[in-house]
Design a protein around this ligand. Structure first.
Ligand code: IDP
Ligand code: MG
Length: 156
């Protein structure tokens, strides 16, 4: 159908607070249960250089130094996700940045109380995805495969 959103990839990062709070499995389940496909995934300790590349759009903002310090403060889980309209869909699954606006039912709305410790990062545009994915993954680390379930998830 022509009105369906295109398949696209997005970059998600389960931040150090998600790992420390034992929420890795729960948050990945939300992505899988929605029908999205994980095409790359790794746990890593983010370096200040990687953090600076990922968050270069926020350089100079008051919260930038504490954001970089936080994102490097413990292991994170980096993922690339594929699905129809995956970028905006994952942003909706994540919920708003600010705790006052993140709705119950979203990841941040259900599990976070703080603008900084908000558990998850997601690309906000195809350009951000292209930039962020390169910080953490090589092309060879992105796996191309079909889920047998796809015909039960997508109208074709
Ligand atoms: P997003 O993660 O919802 O895209 P951005 O505005 O891109 O939000 O901010 C990047 C990250 O910086 C946020 O997820 C949050 O961890 C942190 N951050 C944003 N605004 C503030 C703030 O006002 N104080 C402290 N940390 C902030
Ligand atoms: Mg952002």
């Amino acid at each position: 159908m022509s009105d369906q959103l295109p398949f696209e990839n997005t970059f998600l990062l389960l931040k150090p607070d998600a790992v420390q709070r034992g929420l890795i499995g729960r948050l990945i389940s939300r992505i899988e249960e929605k029908g999205l496909k994980i095409v790359a995934m790794k746990m890593l300790q983010i370096t200040p250089e990687q953090a600076a590349r990922q968050y270069e759009c926020h350089f100079g903002k008051p919260f930038y130094p504490s954001l970089v310090e936080f994102i490097c403060s413990g292991p994170s889980v980096a993922m690339i996700i594929e699905g129809r309209g995956a970028i905006s869909l994952c942003r909706r699954l994540m919920g708003s940045t600010s705790p006052e606006n993140s709705q119950p039912g979203t990841i941040r709305g259900d599990y976070s109380l703080d603008v900084k410790h908000n558990l998850i990062h997601g690309s906000d545009s195809p350009e951000s995805f292209a930039h962020e994915a390169k910080v953490y993954f090589s092309e060879e680390e992105i796996v191309k495969y079909r889920l047998d379930l796809e015909r039960w998830i997508y109208y074709s």
